[in-house]
Design a protein around this ligand. Structure first.
Ligand SMILES: *[C@@H]1O[C@H](CO)[C@@H](O)[C@H](O)[C@H]1NC(C)=O
Ligand SMILES: *[C@@H]1O[C@H](CO)[C@@H](O)[C@H](O)[C@H]1NC(C)=O
Ligand SMILES: *[C@@H]1O[C@H](CO)[C@@H](O)[C@H](O)[C@H]1NC(C)=O
Length: 243
């Protein structure tokens, strides 16, 4: 009896370990992502930190910097034109989403026609979320959730009838509201700071490498340790019997 249990346990541990590795260095199955990450020399401007290893193509990195690009036809200027100071954060958010190979621990199934997978609750570094809010708080919007509820009849998103344009500081009273609500909890606000190894950086200087590699490793290991409790729980009664 006991040896079979031990084999099952070993198998469970191996499966859990393989699962953890599949969370590292991956591209999600979404609209524009490459199948697998790789080198992309010449990624455009704000997407360039990912050039050593990216899920985005050169074209995607250019489109990430354009208004109403072919990526999603998304109109940042739905309540008058968005300031450059604010827009740069949305560009960086697009670069992280399209290019990062380190979001594996937060990839989930998506129930939409245009993508199979999405990210959920990516722990964003405090400074990145707060600077985003700070630089956008005076810019206007008519919606809290930018994923759904737009009027797309013209081919690009317009404010739905009955909505009102307000400064983002009223739509999103706190930085946490902006980062979490705008993309339906793709991000989670955290109090972890850049360089802590516990939060994903939207902005980083790639001369010292990509800090998000270690963050993905940390969270996939935390998940493995949790999952490893399951086979141990199975093993425990066996140990009692053996005594
Ligand atoms: C990238 O863009 C160029 C110029 O617009 C186009 O000719 C090319 O086909 C695109 N490449 C891919 C892989 O989409
Ligand atoms: C959507 O936009 C079109 C074109 O601007 C307009 O005619 C229509 O009334 C709008 N519908 C809603 C539900 O907002
Ligand atoms: C990135 O870091 C390097 C070396 O620490 C520095 O020389 C460079 O100016 C930094 N680049 C940016 C854009 O901050």
């Amino acid at each position: 009896m006991a040896p079979q249990w031990l084999w099952l346990d070993l198998l469970a541990v191996l499966v859990v370990a393989a699962e953890r590795d599949s969370l590292l260095n991956v591209c999600m199955d979404a609209k524009h992502h490459k199948q697998a990450p790789g080198r992309e020399d010449g990624l455009h401007e704000q997407c360039s930190p990912w050039k050593d290893n990216a899920c985005c193509t050169l074209n995607t990195s250019h489109a990430a910097h354009q208004d109403q690009s072919y990526l999603y036809n998304f109109n940042w200027n739905h309540c008058g034109s968005m300031s450059e100071r604010c827009k740069k954060h949305f560009i960086q958010d697009t670069c992280l989403y399209e290019c990062s190979p380190n979001l594996g621990p937060w990839i989930n199934q998506a129930d939409t026609s245009w993508r199979q997978e999405r990210i959920l609750n990516v722990p964003l570094c405090k400074e990145d979320c707060e600077m985003w809010w700070e630089d956008c708080k005076e810019d206007m919007t008519c919606k809290e959730n930018w994923h759904k509820g737009w009027n797309w009849t013209t081919g690009t998103n317009q404010c739905p009838r009955g909505s009102m344009c307000l400064a983002m500081k009223f739509v999103f009273p706190e930085p946490k509201d902006l980062c979490e609500k705008i993309w339906t909890n793709s991000y989670q606000y955290t109090t972890f700071q850049k360089g802590s190894g516990r939060c994903i950086q939207m902005w980083f200087n790639s001369t010292q490498g990509n800090p998000n590699v270690a963050v993905a490793k940390y969270y996939s290991r935390a998940r493995r340790d949790f999952a490893a409790c399951l086979p141990l729980a199975l093993l425990f009664p066996v140990l009692l019997v053996l005594q």
